[in-house]
Design a protein around this ligand. Sequence first.
Ligand code: HEC
Ligand code: HEC
Ligand code: HEC
Ligand code: HEC
Ligand code: HEC
Length: 167
Amino acid sequence: MRILLLLGFAMVVLGQAPPPPKVFVPKAAPEQPIPFSHKTHVDSGMQCTNCHAIKPPGDKAGLPAEALCMGCHSSIKSDSPAVQKLASFAREKRAVPWVRVYKLPKTVYFSHDVHVRQAKAACATCHGPVGERTALGQEKSIFMAECMACHDQHKASNKCDLCHDTH
Ligand code: HEC
Ligand code: HEC
Ligand code: HEC
Ligand code: HEC
Ligand code: HEC
């Protein structure tokens, strides 16, 4: 029965025209466990990929390890309460529970490696001018309509099973 329902979903939903585009409303920056300014760090000369290394299999850009932060912050601003909070996460080997800003449903497949290295898309195309932000909210849509519009523009496939795993 469950299989039939799933099959039904695949045939009815994925066999048809895509649903109407959703309207995107930019979201304010969520409160983070440690206030983190992209502007401060990018202005001091750091590259996006210093902190967001796109490693094989390349689907995630990922978030930086606390040890990486402490490479600087064991000396820089070590008297700041925010940095002391960071240091205690690092000491206890706990990941800072950052509140996520850009997140797709689990059923959608996306690869940073393909888009950044192969398609040469800039981070800002999908995430906005992150390096200018003192706090980061979702300012760009990652709804299906935006994926498809860019795929059309670049003559990339828009077959349903490119992004939705129906196997
Ligand atoms: C073509 C659009 C696109 C481009 C270009 C892009 N991203 Fe993303 N990014 C996304 C999407 C979509 C997600 C959500 C992925 C998910 O939830 O599976 C995301 C998620 C993230 C995340 C959250 C952690 C993760 O990996 O899921 C970080 C950090 C990130 N991107 C950084 C970057 C950086 C840095 C660049 C440039 C080097 C970049 N992105 C380029 C679309 C893009
Ligand atoms: C390459 C060195 C470097 C790395 C790596 C680094 N930072 Fe920083 N960070 C700085 C500098 C420089 C400042 C600005 C210091 C100032 O205002 O004098 C700063 C400022 C901060 C502040 C503000 C402190 C305050 O109270 O003013 C926080 C919080 C912070 N960083 C968190 C982080 C986190 C979290 C990471 C890891 C994701 C990280 N930093 C990685 C260099 C670094
Ligand atoms: C010093 C390390 C550092 C650098 C450099 C850095 N980031 Fe980040 N980035 C973080 C941390 C820590 C977070 C989690 C806190 C937050 O969302 O602000 C984050 C969050 C993000 C997110 C949201 C992830 C999600 O979905 O929750 C995106 C997108 C992103 N960064 C893109 C970029 C881009 C683009 C650049 C270069 C312009 C960049 N970052 C440079 C450390 C860094
Ligand atoms: C900036 C333009 C752009 C945006 C935005 C974009 N794509 Fe793509 N995407 C491409 C291009 C170009 C290719 C073809 C790359 C190649 O084959 O070299 C591609 C290929 C793909 C592929 C096939 C390659 C692989 O990873 O297996 C998938 C899946 C995909 N995109 C998913 C998405 C999703 C999901 C989104 C929205 C969250 C999205 N894309 C947004 C330009 C874009
Ligand atoms: C280039 C990538 C891509 C392609 C191709 C694609 N989708 Fe999607 N789809 C997404 C993303 C990303 C989401 C999640 C974000 C959203 O809801 O817009 C999504 C969500 C959906 C949803 C849930 C929407 C909702 O309102 O909750 C349905 C249904 C769907 N897609 C059907 C389809 C069908 C049918 C096709 C083929 C005509 C298709 N998709 C092709 C990326 C894609």
